[in-house]
Structure formats: structure tokens, C-alpha cells
Design a protein around this ligand. Structure first.
Ligand SMILES: Cc1cc2nc3c(=O)[nH]c(=O)nc-3n(C[C@H](O)[C@H](O)[C@H](O)COP(=O)(O)OP(=O)(O)OC[C@H]3O[C@@H](n4cnc5c(N)ncnc54)[C@H](O)[C@@H]3O)c2cc1C
Length: 275
């Protein structure tokens, strides 16, 4: 299918984007990499009257380190994130997880922030955003607000962003260099969305586990001082807590089993990498 008619706006600056959103917000969509939006428009799942293209805005192409966090602006592609020196130094979980996002062609266009705004529960990026405890920076003509990942992510393809707001960047706290981390996902084919994705950060006696692809949004739990003999029980309880979502890709029972099995493996891997 082809998309319905729309007006295309090539943004000239962030201020220009904010005025367009103030005027047309309810009927507009931001076009970042287009790797999710264009497919949705072709299927007529969304029919925006205005597309505001931010992909040419140099002011949104920065990755910068501010104190304890790394800030990724809205037009930075996934490929640029994987290659960035700041990310390689401080956010090695992203370097492990992002090569699983689609294919190198889609990563060359798709943006990190676009995926956070899209909020697909099977996507690797919202999972990393949640487990790292990131923040979403939202701007509108009304001002700026900063939301923690747990406030921003509200459900499947749903966020706390208002129609007139642009997600200008995402801030991610630097990982503790002595903590270990690991990431693994189950997919039918390389490059597919995750049926189940698990990330773990093992910091001292704390295990932080994040699970994507099972519930409506990524779920994160902190387990402090959990004995090795209690890990299987904790994973089993988590698998049941995440609900009964099933689809053409996998049953709820299969997903629960992957949370237990893959979860165990990823925890062991992350613990091995602690220094
Ligand atoms: C073949 C293929 C395979 C893929 N496989 C995977 C995969 O395995 N894992 C995965 O995570 N993704 C996958 N994707 C999706 C890809 O990662 C997208 O790039 C990503 O989901 C959205 O980023 P984008 O920049 O393309 O956003 P767009 O498609 O441009 O936008 C997506 C949505 O977010 C909104 N939006 C974008 N940026 C902003 C902003 N700054 N402020 C406010 N709203 C905004 C848009 O209006 C739209 O509603 C795949 C895509 C393709 C085509």
C-alpha cells in the first residue's frame, strides 16, 4: 500500500520543529530515520497530515559527555552510536546490544532516539534506556522537561510525550567500569525484533536485570545480594510477573521459558565480567 497524502516539512532548526508541533502537533509526526514510521504509514496504521523531517538538523546530530552521562541527540543514527568513542568508553552495553537492531542498512538511517520515541517493547534500545536508567529530554514551545525512563515509557508504542513535544535527546548515565554486563536476545533470524531480549548489569552484589519483548514495555528489576541458589526462583517469579503476552512469534509459555533459561545465562555472563 501507499501512504495517504501528507505535507512534508523539512525542518530548518529545532525552533522551527517546535513551532510546527505547536501548530499541528496532533496531526503531525516527526520523521527521524523513517525506519518504523514509513512502514506504518504505508500500512496506513498512522496517517499524519504533516511529516516534520529532523534528519538534516546538524544541531541534533551530537553525542556529548556531560559529567556522569552521555547525551545522544535526536538525529544521531544507530550506526553512529555504535561507532562513537564516548559510547564505546562509557556505554559498552549499547555497543553489545545495538548490532542486533535490524541490519546495517536500517542502522545507517534509524536513530537511537527515534526508537525510544517509538517505544516498541521488542526493541533493544528502549530496553537499554530502561536498564541504564536514562532520561528523555523533551522540548516544546511551553518549555523543557526531563523524564526518567520509567516515567517516559508508558506501554506498547506509548510514551509520556505530548503531541507538541520533540524528544531532543536521551541521556544515559555512564556505566560503572567495574560492573559486568551482558546482553542476549532470541530472534527467528538475525536482524529481527527480539522475541525475548535480556540485559543484565552485575555491580558488586547487585544484579539489575532488564527484559524486553515479553511485557508491554521493558521491565527492570534490582536483586540485591541474591544467593546463587535463589537465582532460578527469582527468574521464575519474574517470568510469571511479566504476564501472558503471546503472538504469532511465540507463546507465553515459550517466553517464560526463555526468561528463565536465557536470564540465567546472561546473569552468569555479566557476573563473570565484573572486575
Ligand atoms: C527491516 C527492519 C528491521 C528492523 N529491525 C529492528 C530490530 O531488530 N530492532 C529494533 O529495535 N528496531 C528495528 N527496526 C526499526 C528501527 O530500529 C527504527 O529505526 C526505529 O524503531 C525508529 O527509528 P527511526 O529513526 O527510524 O524513527 P522513525 O521511523 O522516523 O519514527 C518512529 C516513531 O517515532 C517518532 N519519533 C522519531 N523521532 C522522534 C523525536 N525525536 N521526537 C518525537 N518523536 C519522534 C516518529 O514520529 C514515529 O512515530 C527495524 C526496521 C526495519 C526497516
Amino acid at each position: 500500500m501507499k501512504p495517504n497524502n501528507f505535507n512534508y516539512v523539512r525542518a530548518e532548526s529545532v525552533d522551527h520543529v517546535l513551532s510546527c508541533l505547536a501548530e499541528h502537533g496532533e496531526n503531525a509526526r516527526i520523521l527521524a530515520g523513517g525506519q518504523s514510521l514509513i512502514a506504518m504509514m504505508n500500512f496506513r496504521l498512522v496517517e499524519p497530515a504533516y511529516l516534520i523531517d529532523i534528519s538534516g538538523l546538524d544541531e541534533l546530530k551530537e553525542i556529548k559527555t556531560n559529567g556522569n552521562s552521555v547525551e545522544i541527540s535526536a538525529a544521531v543514527t544507530q550506526a553512529k552510536v555504535i561507532a562513537a568513542a564516548d559510547v564505546n568508553e562509557h556505554l559498552s552495553l549499547l555497543v553489545d546490544a545495538l548490532p542486533n537492531v535490524g541490519h546495517f542498512q536500517t542502522r545507517a538511517k534509524g536513530t537511537f532516539c527515534g526508537s525510544i520515541a517509538h517505544s516498541d517493547p521488542s526493541s533493544e534500545q528502549p530496553l537499554c534506556f530502561a536498564i541504564l536508567g536514562g532520561e528523555a529530554v523533551l522540548k516544546s514551545n511551553r518549555g523543557e522537561r526531563v523524564l526518567a525512563a520509567s516515567e517516559f515509557q508508558t506501554g506498547m508504542l506509548a510514551t509520556a510525550r505530548e503531541d507538541d513535544e520533540l524528544l531532543t535527546s536521551v541521556r544515559l548515565p555512564k556505566q560503572n567500569p567495574s560492573a559486568g554486563h551482558a546482553f542476549e536476545e532470541i530472534t527467528r533470524r538475525q536482524g529481527d525484533f527480539a522475541i525475548v531480549a535480556i540485559a543484565v548489569i552485575a555491580d558488586g552484589e547487585n544484579i539489575r536485570i532488564g527484559v524486553g519483548g515479553v511485557a508491554g514495555k521493558p521491565e527492570v528489576r534490582d536483586w540485591d545480594g541474591l544467593a546463587d541458589s535463589d537465582i532460578d526462583d527469582a527468574l521464575n517469579a519474574l517470568a510469571w510477573e511479566l504476564g501472558d503476552n503471546e503472538d504469532i512469534h511465540a507463546s507465553a509459555k515459550y517466553r517464560r521459558q526463555m526468561v528463565r533459561r536465557v536470564g540465567r545465562r546472561v546473569i552468569e555472563e555479566a557476573r563473570k565480567c565484573r572486575s
